[in-house]
Write a protein that binds this ligand. Structure first.
Ligand SMILES: [Mg+2]
Length: 304
């Protein structure tokens, strides 16, 4: 298996020997990160997001229980499955661990095949879950993320922006005269247009953190984390022109013969009181302005 296709594990244990043994058992199949304390694990997790964690419970300083409590409280780490490492005969710890959100536990001393199988089981579950999530998080018609997916992501990105003092920008995009298009060409062709427009928008918002969403009907959004208003306007203008020049059947609107979009652009440097609804609401208002002032154009305004 190629290195980049491997799932990654973070192993946390204060005993060097345990780290070595687990590393030896698992390193052929997984990319391994290690940490010798709870604190070191938390520092590690600021830079890497492992697919799965194996964590000792008894560690000096911060115990495994304390670490998992912190992990579960943060949106950046709450989804990482944790397998606890426990000593023999510690049924109470095992129960407590599972209660606190661990997915499983393995006991010391390690039995190689058992460790491999436990980890493999959870990685397999993770793969299944991701497949299901992927299906449930995309709009089936346009194949861009759906509203539910977007809401979750917006929440995370907004928190991140607050924490790091970074700007978030947002585009709200609506196809001009879509109803007329549908009436003229029929709903099936209307669906083809929706898909094409969605893909053209997504092609312009291509950084890993950018997200194009179908908000509903003929309306789309683009979340642009860590992006200035000026940079967001560049993305908006690229999307506008690429749609205008795309080859699709067109309705004569009396204003040329292209399918066009109107776009509202907003941008915010969030403070503690800011909400993502402010950002979205303002983009909506700008979109309304763009529609009212003739369509096929961009209107923008920063929240602050
Ligand atoms: Mg220990």
């Amino acid at each position: 298996m190629e290195e980049q296709d491997k799932f990654s594990l973070l192993i946390v244990d204060d005993e060097k020997m345990n780290l070595m043994v687990l590393n030896r058992i698992l390193s052929a199949e997984y990319n391994i990160f290690t940490a010798k304390s709870g604190l070191e694990a938390l520092v590690r997790l600021e830079r890497v997001t492992p697919d799965l964690m194996l964590m000792d419970i008894l560690m000096p300083g911060m115990s495994g229980f304390e670490v998992i409590k912190k992990l579960k409280a943060s949106p950046f780490t709450s989804e990482i499955p944790v397998i606890f490492i426990t000593g023999l005969n510690s049924v109470e710890s095992e129960e407590k661990g599972l209660e606190m959100g661990a997915v499983d536990y393995i006991t010391k001393p390690f039995k190689n095949t058992l460790v491999r199988m436990r980890v493999k089981t959870h990685i397999q579950m993770l793969k299944n879950l991701r497949t299901i999530e992927k299906i449930g998080l995309l709009d089936p018609l346009t194949e861009v993320p759906n509203r539910r997916n977007f809401d979750k992501r917006m929440e995370v990105e907004f928190k991140r922006a607050k924490r790091d003092g970074r700007r978030v920008s947002f585009l709200m995009i609506d196809i001009d005269y879509f109803k007329r298009y549908n009436d003229t060409y029929g709903h099936l062709q209307g669906d083809v247009l929706l898909k094409e427009v969605a893909q053209l928008i997504a092609a312009e918002a291509k950084r890993p953190a950018d997200m194009t969403v179908r908000l509903g009907g003929e309306e789309f959004g683009v979340l642009l984390p860590d992006t200035s208003l000026e940079a967001a306007l560049v993305v908006a203008e690229r999307a506008r022109t690429s749609i205008e020049s795309a080859v699709v059947p067109v309705v004569d609107t009396g204003k040329g013969s292209s399918v066009t979009v109107s776009i509202g652009v907003s941008s915010i440097l969030p403070n503690q009181e800011s909400t993502s609804n402010q950002l979205i609401g303002l983009a909506d208002k700008c979109l309304y302005e763009a529609k009212n002032s003739g369509r096929n154009r961009i209107k923008s305004s920063p929240v602050n």
